[in-house]
Ligand binder design. Sequence first.
Ligand SMILES: [Zn+2]
Length: 304
Amino acid sequence: MGGRCAALPSLQEFAGLVTMPRMTLEALQDFVERHGRLFILTGAGCSTDSGIPDYRDADGDWKRARPVLFEAFMTDPLVRRRYWARSLAGWPRFRRARPNDAHRALARLQQQGRVEILVTQNVDGLHQAAGSSDVIDLHGRLDRVRCMACGSITSRDELQEELLRRNPNWASLDALQAPDGDADLGELDFSAFDVPSCADCGGLLKPDVVFFGESVPAERVQACWRALERADAVLVVGSSLMVYSGYRFVEAAAAAGKPIAAVNLGRTRADALLTLKVALPCAQALAFLLEPTARPDVEHACAG
Ligand SMILES: [Zn+2]
C-alpha cells in the first residue's frame, strides 16, 4: 500500500524535532557569548546529576512533604528532634556528593572572567568544589551549623560526631534522601532523640541554611542587588524560581530590560519574562562551555 502510519511524524516534522534542540543550544551559546557580565542564578536542577534530588517536579510542585518551617524549628523541640534525626541519617550521603559537568561548566565560564556573580540557591557547596570562587550561597551552607544565641559557626561534620555519640541507635537507619540533606524516616518516635546545644553558650543549634519562613540575611541580598546592577544579562540554571528569594532578581532584571535565559526541565515561575528557555538537563545544556573548541575565534578553524 505504501501508506504512512499516522502516528509517526512526517519527514518535515521529524527534521524539526531533531534540529530544534540544536538551534536552542546554539541560541544559548550565542546568549552566553554576547553577554560578558552574567548574573548566574542556580538551583536544585544543577545538582541533581550529583545525586542530590530536586525539590520540585516539572510543574514546579512539591515532590515530597514541605520542608521544615523556621518558626516550627525555633519553637518546637519535637520538630528539632525530628529534623536532626533525619539529618543524621541523610548527612553521610549528602556530604559525599561531588560536582558534575554543570558545576564545572559554570566554573570554567567564571575562570574566563565572564561571570559578574554566581548566586546559588543550593546549600551543597558544589560550585566551590568545582572551582568557582565568587559565589553567593543565597540560602546558606549545609556543612555549617550556627548557634542562634551567640552566632558561633561550627562544622556539620563535628555535629555529626556528637549526634552519633548521643544517639548511637539511629546511626544504622536506612533512609530516603531529600534535597536538604535530611532523610525520610516516616513516622518514627523521635521523642528520645538527644539534640546537642551550643558547646559555648548552650544556645539552640540550627543548620546555617535559610529555612522556609526565614529571611535571607540582608547583606547577602544587598550583594546580589549590587551584582545585578553591574550585570548585563541573567542566566538561570536549574531553578523553577518558585521561591521568591531567587525570583525577585529575575523579576528586577526583566523590569530593567536585561535579557534573561533559563536552563530548566519544566516550568519556571519566570517563563513569561524569559528571552530564551532551554528545557534540557543543566550539564547537557552547558556542555559547550567544556569543549576545547568553544571559543568563537577558533570555531570555524577546521571548516577551511
Ligand atoms: Zn552559642
